[in-house]
Design a protein around this ligand. Structure first.
Ligand code: ATR
Length: 270
């Protein structure tokens, strides 16, 4: 049977095995998908061992996305721009290919929720890997402008420099006074029960506030946006399922349906 796996550290919490098993059931694909805890200094060895045992493809999560990027022999354009790989597979010549489906997953999830990306001004909070990976897909989907706000300003500036003049960067205190239509929290602040220190004036024109994190309860950022009157809020569970769907399509050539899997997963989180 064709084998797939997600590699991470930690990995016990990963929803990917469940998601891909549901996708396989739904599309009639015969495969196995497991979670592999790779040692912090042993991602490459884990992957090579998996392939030697017949592994066909994999997902990569924290903290190995940059190492997967370094290991891949062939990189997609979007993986190059993200500087990170979340999807690995072998092509017909047995070369290791690296792709990144995170940004496409976010865009798919925003479109699923009827967000208008064409011409949108996007305020993107945070300047880690999660932030960098979604910029080009948002631009490709029609975003007019993306501003990165981050506590550590040089990190945001370094990322902005990789893109054209539609992308800018600065501190939370100096966010330009624009009509921000879409706010995306790509920081890990929610994991500490916090929210980014953004001034509420930037929420005035916001149609949707999105947090890449997810959980049983709305994140502090989403709670705050809701209290401030932002009409629509969404967490990152849809992004998780949508990026998985993109990976599944790359491996199997069959596109699974996101919605039923998302509903089941949401039920499970409650
Ligand atoms: P990832 O690769 O998942 O994006 P990361 O590289 O560790 O993870 O980046 C985490 C991001 O969350 C950074 O932008 C970080 O801000 P700094 O670069 O200034 O450290 C941001 N972050 C984490 N905790 C935060 C908090 N409590 N408030 C605001 N930003 C926070």
């Amino acid at each position: 049977m064709d084998r797939y796996a997600v590699f991470g550290h930690p990995i016990g919490h990963s929803k990917s095995p469940l998601i891909h098993r549901w996708f396989a059931e739904q599309t009639g694909q015969v495969l196995t998908y497991e979670a592999i805890l790779a040692p912090l200094d042993g991602f490459a060895d884990s992957w090579l061992h998996f392939v030697a045992e017949g592994g066909r493809g994999g997902n990569v999560t924290v903290p190995f996305k940059e190492q997967a990027f370094a290991l891949a022999q062939v990189l997609s354009k979007r993986a190059q721009l993200a500087g990170a790989v979340n999807t690995l597979y072998l092509d017909e010549q047995q070369r290791l290919c690296g792709d990144n489906t995170d940004g496409a997953g976010l865009v798919a999830d925003l479109l699923r929720q009827d967000v208008l990306l064409e011409g949108a001004n996007v305020l993107l909070l945070g300047a880690g890997g999660a932030s960098r990976g979604v910029i080009q897909p948002l631009l490709d989907a029609g975003a007019a402008r993306i501003h990165l706000a981050n506590r550590t300003v040089p990190k945001a500036q370094q990322i902005a420099q990789l893109f054209d003049s539609r992308v800018s960067a600065g501190s939370y205190a100096e966010v330009p006074k624009e009509r921000w239509h879409l706010l995306i929290n790509a920081t890990s602040s929610g994991l500490q029960g916090e929210r980014p220190p953004l001034h509420e004036q930037h929420l005035e024109y916001c149609q949707l506030a999105y947090d890449m994190l997810y959980g049983a309860e709305p994140t502090p950022f989403l709670q705050w946006c809701h209290q401030q009157g932002v009409p629509q809020t969404a967490d990152g569970l849809g992004m998780l399922v949508s990026q998985a769907a993109e990976s599944f399509t790359i491996w199997r050539g069959v596109q699974p349906e996101v919605e039923p899997v998302l509903l089941k997963l949401r039920e499970l989180l409650r």
